[in-house]
Design a protein around this ligand. Structure first.
Ligand code: BGC
Length: 535
């Protein structure tokens, strides 16, 4: 895995990312309704140290501070999400909270535009209005209509200024963590072989409805892009020579990234791997049909092609092999039948699930290119965490960004991946969901024990802004590169010195000649005067 020199395309966009619940605070400010994450974090035992997002980074009250950091980084775009219950406290469009809700986002967006930073707005980053959860949340298909109504108000009110929309962030996590393992809100885990699939089904429909609404009603006038962000690890066979391990890797990719990507980016339907595995196991369990719901033909038509780009969140890689579960076990995991390990040589991070394996980044980008017919891709999240006391010099994060972004560069230059932008996670330390504030992904440190919540750059903030400034990794052989803060070296210095000396030399010569000329003229004149006075 050699280091590769080169730069990204001219119009490549660089950014940082955040999400509403993780940074805003103001959980009940100015008429905001509760979200499922307010409910979840307020139940003791759900979150590490029983922490919550009541105040978080207080971004609700710190627009100026956040803009200041973004400007210092020199990013071209800022990806953030809107809190649905801040705008619709009851989840429905009969209760628009203009004062506290839209107002805040309007101020933020205006400040971004004034700073020449493009807003990338995610409509849903996991904080469903609790009022909608009370009627079943994403398991109840009326949520599709609710999401469409929510999206409509945002396109109407913010669409003149926002030209880059993401409908849903990581539907996989909403479905699997929220309704499968229950480790994320709403914390449902008692039907792990059904609920995640029902939820996934409604998420896909909700995304498609919002996309069509924008496409048909707003696009012509507003001219923006709208798509979805899908997350996935890269699955590498534990033993590349074992057919079983290779198949396990393929299953992992289809059950993870392919669950949502295949319907949207391919044919409107789930991939064959998922359809076959879940059907076979369901029938063997004595059920009359698959636990994976089916789309009707018109639903498939409605979902197929509802994208303007592929939004990708990627952090890590796993090594896969086959795992057989007892026949009776009904769960997403047993349907998938893949066990994973990591390589002991990979560096670790502040999160158990996150190992540093940059090669997987290039592979997943290429896989998306090949599997989904070369869509334009935006990486909407990528980054690494640490734990423990603040250390300014976060060498591990600089290493992570250097190696991961370098693999992305290889994907672009060597593999022809149509990568349009890269957005780092995250702008600043924030509430890392059920892991609380201990896992820190920020380029900026936030001191959560100081009520003023001061932000302070880590060394990686400066490093990332250098990558942005250089638009990648310029080749030292073609240097010096002022974007690297590079000083000319060795032979170059000698040349510069020679050049400078010759200029000094020429100047002093000219000056001498000029002065001498004057002097000789003057002395000539003087002697002439002297002579004439004598005469
Ligand atoms: C999520 C972020 C989260 C990050 C790190 C992503 O899954 O979108 O909200 O903080 O990964 O775990």
């Amino acid at each position: 895995d050699m280091y590769f020199y080169g730069t990204f395309p001219e119009d490549f966009t660089w950014g940082v990312s955040s999400s509403a619940y993780q940074i805003e605070g103001g959980w009940d400010a100015d008429g905001k309704g509760p979200s499922i994450w307010d409910t979840f974090t307020h139940v003791p035992g759900n979150v590490n140290n029983n922490e919550n997002g009541d105040i978080a980074c207080d971004s609700y009250n710190k627009v100026e501070e956040d803009i200041y950091m973004l400007r210092a980084l020199g990013v071209k775009n800022y990806r953030f999400s809107l809190s649905w219950p801040r705008i619709f406290p009851t989840g429905r469009n009969n209760s628009i909270n203009s004062h506290g809700g839209l107002n805040y986002y309007e101020r933020l967006i205006d400040a971004l535009l004034a700073a020449n930073i493009v807003p990338q707005v995610t409509l849903y980053h996991w904080d469903l209005p609790q009022a909608l959860q009370d009627v079943g949340g994403w398991e109840n298909d009326t949520v599709v209509q609710r999401f469409k109504e929510y999206a409509e108000v945002l396109f109407q009110r913010l669409g003149d200024k926002v030209k880059f929309w993401i409908t849903l962030n990581e539907p996989y996590n909403t479905a699997y963590l929220g309704y499968g393992t229950g480790t994320a809100a709403p914390g449902i885990s008692f039907r792990p072989g059904h609920a995640p699939y029902v939820v996934g089904h409604n998420l896909l429909k909700a995304h498609a409805e919002a996309w069509h609404l924008y496409n048909e009603t707003f696009r012509a006038r507003q001219g923006g892009l709208i798509s979805i962000t899908i997350n996935s690890d890269w699955g590498e066979p534990r033993n590349p020579h074992s057919q079983e391990d290779v198949e396990a890797a393929r299953r992992l990719m289809q059950f993870f990234l392919g669950w949502f990507a295949h319907p949207i980016f391919k044919n409107g339907d789930y991939n064959e791997v998922m359809k076959r595995r879940i059907r076979e196991r369901s029938l063997a369990q004595g059920l009359s049909k698959s636990r994976l719901p089916e789309f009707t033909e018109s639903e498939k038509q409605r979902i197929k092609g509802t994208y303007d780009f592929f939004g990708l969140n990627h952090y890590t890689t796993v090594l896969t092999y086959n795992q057989n579960y007892p026949k009776g076990v009904m769960s997403y995991d047993s349907d998938r039948g893949v066990a994973t390990v990591t390589d002991r040589s990979w560096l670790s991070s502040g999160s158990l699930w996150l190992k540093v394996a940059p090669f997987g980044f290039r592979k997943i980008l290429r896989w998306i290119k090949e599997e989904y017919n070369n869509p334009p891709i935006y990486v909407t999240e990528n980054g690494v965490s640490e734990r423990g006391a603040f250390e300014f010099n976060d060498t591990w994060r600089m290493h992570y960004y250097r190696t991961y972004i370098n693999e992305a560069l290889k994907a672009v230059v060597l593999d022809g991946v149509d990568l349009r932008g890269y957005t780092a996670w995250s702008l600043m330390d924030n509430l890392e969901w059920a892991a609380g504030y201990e896992e820190k992904f920020g380029l900026y440190h936030v001191n959560f024990s100081d009520p003023a919540l001061p932000r302070r750059p880590k060394a990686s903030a400066k490093y990332y802004s250098q990558i942005i400034n250089c638009n990648g990794f310029p080749d030292p052989a073609t240097g010096p590169h002022p974007c690297l803060g590079e000083e000319p070296e060795g032979a170059e210095i000698a040349l510069y010195v020679l050049f400078a000396l010759s200029i000094v030399g020429a100047l002093s010569l000219a000056l001498f000649a000029y002065k001498y000329g004057k002097l000789s003229k003057r002395s000539h004149k003087q002697s002439h005067m002297e002579l004439s006075s004598k005469l």
